[in-house]
Design a protein around this ligand. Structure first.
Ligand code: SF4
Length: 362
């Protein structure tokens, strides 16, 4: 193994220049992925945890420029699941072996703290052996506390980018980088298992931004890190943005394959470096990774990821929760998704397991 990779694997840190060297040079890839795989196996073995994703509302008051369910997208067909429907999704998931439910939605004021706390309490009472993860966007400290007190175990909130200037290129002026970071530290102080993360290849992103993302993760030290490739959505201001072209011109089909491969490689590199930086992290092989490449999730696992997130949402809402175009698995029953994922993991020598899959402290 090269000195550089083994030194990062041992020390769990690197300088900006060392990270840049690895990110831009493909020659490190195989060693990097092998080192990350070795680290995750030393902590989590060959187990892959599954999280049952329940996308319960696609209403959102925000207008993130990259997101297909942003408030301004008048083409999005909006829906909300009732608490009863959410419980039914969990019931279905429990029967399929899920021991973590992820309640995800846009920032929808319809779901007040009281409504959400009731849902969390019911799920925790009915399934005491399961973890409840929330992914509801930015909220106040008091709101996070109420949700924690109601029994929620984990909270996912991607930081999206650790660079304030870049953040402001991806979000409208009424959204605040500082508030997002405040939320993450509030969640940590409330002893949630906290998830951060970012997109790879998002508009205006530089290689230095990716380095900053890794260094920010090291500082925040989250329990979970979601990293997926940027994929444009047709009804957003970034509809025609091709990752790595750094322009907003209409897509040049001739370039798409090359850029997709670049997105894939770079996402895997960031997954692997995250594993070396945060050896104990729970890192999903994201659905977006599986969307840009048929075996993207398998490649993600082999590059150090250890979680997959099949969808438990009702079939008739799946193709309405589209943050980006081309999302896979929108037409499959959850039971089919689990079987498919089991096969996929087995094909690369890993096991999809029916466990809560909590963070293992280092
Ligand atoms: S990324 Fe999240 S907060 Fe932003 S518009 Fe989409 S759902 Fe809303």
């Amino acid at each position: 193994m090269s000195d550089l990779i083994s030194q990062i694997a041992v020390n769990q840190i690197a300088t900006k220049n060392e990270l840049l060297e690895i990110i831009v040079n493909e020659q490190y890839d195989n060693e990097l992925f092998a080192a990350a795989d070795k680290v995750r196996q030393s902590i989590y073995g060959k187990e892959v945890y599954m999280r049952g994703l329940i996308e319960f509302t696609n209403y959102c008051k925000n207008d993130c420029f990259y997101c297909g369910i942003r408030h301004s997208n008048k083409n999005a067909e909006r829906y909300r699941l009732t608490p009863k429907q959410i419980e039914q999704c969990a019931e279905n998931g429990y029967g399929l072996g899920f021991r973590t439910f992820v309640l995800q939605g846009g920032e929808d004021p319809f779901y007040t703290d009281d409504v959400l706390c009731e849902i969390v309490k019911k799920l925790k009472a009915k399934y005491p052996d399961c973890a409840v993860t929330l992914s509801l966007g930015e909220r106040s400290y008091d709101s996070f506390k109420a949700l924690k007190d109601a029994g929620a175990d984990r909270y996912l909130l991607r930081h999206e980018t650790a660079n304030k200037f870049h953040y402001e290129k991806l979000h409208p002026a009424n959204m605040s980088f500082d508030n997002r970071i405040r939320c993450l530290y509030d969640l940590k102080s409330l002893v949630f298992q906290v998830g951060a993360g970012f997109m790879v290849g998002s508009p205006f992103q530089t290689t230095e931004n990716l380095v900053d993302d890794l260094l920010f993760l090291k500082e925040l030290d989250p329990h979970m890190v979601g990293i997926g490739p940027f994929i444009p959505h047709k009804d957003t201001p970034f509809a025609n943005y091709i990752p790595f072209e750094n322009n907003n011109e209409p897509a040049d089909i001739a370039n798409v394959d090359g850029n997709t491969n670049r997105s894939l490689r770079l996402t895997l590199v960031m997954v692997a470096l995250t594993r070396l930086f945060l050896p104990n992290a729970l890192i999903p092989a994201t659905t977006a990774l599986g969307t840009i490449n048929e075996t993207g999730r398998e490649l993600g696992i082999r590059a150090g990821a250890n979680v997959v997130m099949p969808n438990l949402s009702p079939l008739d809402t799946r193709n309405k929760y589209l943050l980006y175009d081309g999302k896979i698995c929108t037409g499959d029953e959850a039971a089919e998704c689990v079987q498919c994922m089991k096969r996929r993991m087995k094909s690369i020598g890993y096991n999809l397991v029916e466990k809560r899959g909590d963070y293992i402290c280092g």
